[in-house]
Design a protein around this ligand. Structure first.
Ligand code: ADP
Ligand code: MG
Length: 330
């Protein structure tokens, strides 16, 4: 059935019937506003992201369920980057009347499964017809103990710069797709089904291990620059320490130009954070506990927001940041 035949209210009703409310949800979908509670002594964290067809995704390259997963994961990643716990989700959805319910249902499955995996409840949203592209707006609310959310502005000289997982895989998958080459399944998964590092973010927050943190959506260099500028410090990273997957290395071995994707490629959704040296051992223990690679890639220095890179020969050069900007492509 097409949305044109189903209608807005039946669609909302179908969404509503698939949602299981969590304990903190007093009123979820179906009223003028959601009524929710947070644990005592917590602050509310809120973040929102837009996903527009042919800007953020192509329906030719992804299936609807995967798209639903990604729409949620990129939002959860923002709460993780504050050291918080994600709790509630809102879904704004605009699709053409020609859209099949089956596609929306698959998309919803992706949304609801990814939300459920992190104990997050869909508590509201809005639904409209779109004259053309799909437009998806996901808002997530989470919580962190009062005054303990980790901002971008807390980095201090001497801090180690650390990153979870591996870098550049998502951008490499996109690069291959754009060149008509089928990426390996592990690269494709990094692009279409990113994993938000929710557990790591929450634990770094709870144990006060990171002094500053951001998630990598625009690219390592660009997102690290946000930390450096917000904290008014400099940062130096070592090229040889950037964590790369085996698959990424294999491609870069034959095409060294691709190494730039580890620095500038977006959508890794790993966490980038700075840690006082005396906390490094605790972070290493966390890395074992979560079975997740965490790599120290450099150091924060006295300064005013500049990033430099030490290459494998030992030479140090300033990094020209060219992360993704929606309005100006560098
Ligand atoms: P309003 O006229 O107040 O905007 P709606 O009829 O749009 O109300 O929405 C009715 C209920 O359904 C609200 O609780 C709203 O949050 C929820 N809702 C609407 N669209 C969606 C959606 N795409 N996903 C989840 N909840 C939705
Ligand atoms: Mg509405």
């Amino acid at each position: 059935m097409k949305l044109r035949d189903l209608g807005e209210f039946k669609l909302i009703d179908r969404i509503r019937r698939q949602v299981v409310d969590g304990a903190e949800v007093h009123r979820g979908i179906g009223d003028d506003a959601a009524v929710l509670s947070l644990p005592d002594g917590h602050h509310l964290l809120t973040s929102t992201d837009l996903l527009i067809e042919d800007v953020h995704f192509c329906l030719a390259w992804t299936d609807c369920e995967t798209l639903g997963h990604k729409a949620v994961a990129v939002n959860l990643s923002d709460i993780a980057a504050m050291g918080g716990t994600p709790r509630f989700l809102y879904l704004g959805l605009a699709c053409p009347g020609e859209t099949e319910w089956d596609d929306i249902n698959a998309f919803l499955n992706g949304v609801l499964n990814e939300a459920a995996r992190h104990n997050v409840t869909l508590v509201g949203g809005d639904t409209c017809r779109s004259p053309g592209p799909w437009m998806i707006s996901v808002t997530v609310e989470g919580s962190a103990l009062a005054h303990q959310a980790i901002g971008r502005d807390g980095a201090q000289p001497g801090d180690l710069i650390m990153v979870s997982g591996t870098l550049g895989d998502s951008a490499l998958a996109l690069h291959l797709l754009r060149n008509g080459i089928e990426p390996e399944p592990e690269l494709l998964a990094r692009h279409h089904q990113p994993t938000a590092q929710v557990e790591l973010g929450r634990l770094l927050g709870e144990h006060r291990l990171a002094r500053s943190m951001i998630d990598i959506s625009d690219g390592l260099a660009s997102d690290l620059e946000h930390i450096l500028q917000a904290s008014q410090v400099d940062g130096q990273i070592e090229e040889g320490k950037l964590p790369l997957s085996e698959c990424f290395r294999k491609h870069a071995d034959t095409q060294p130009d691709l190494l730039g994707l580890a620095l500038d490629g977006g959508e890794d959704y790993e966490l980038l954070f700075t840690v006082a040296p005396e906390k490094a051992a605790e972070v290493a223990a966390l890395c074992i506990k979560l079975n997740l690679p965490i790599t120290a890639i450099g150091m924060i220095q006295v300064g005013s927001g500049s990033l430099s890179l030490q290459d494998k020969s030992g030479a140090v050069r300033p990094v020209l940041v060219k992360g993704y900007d929606h309005f100006c492509r560098s």
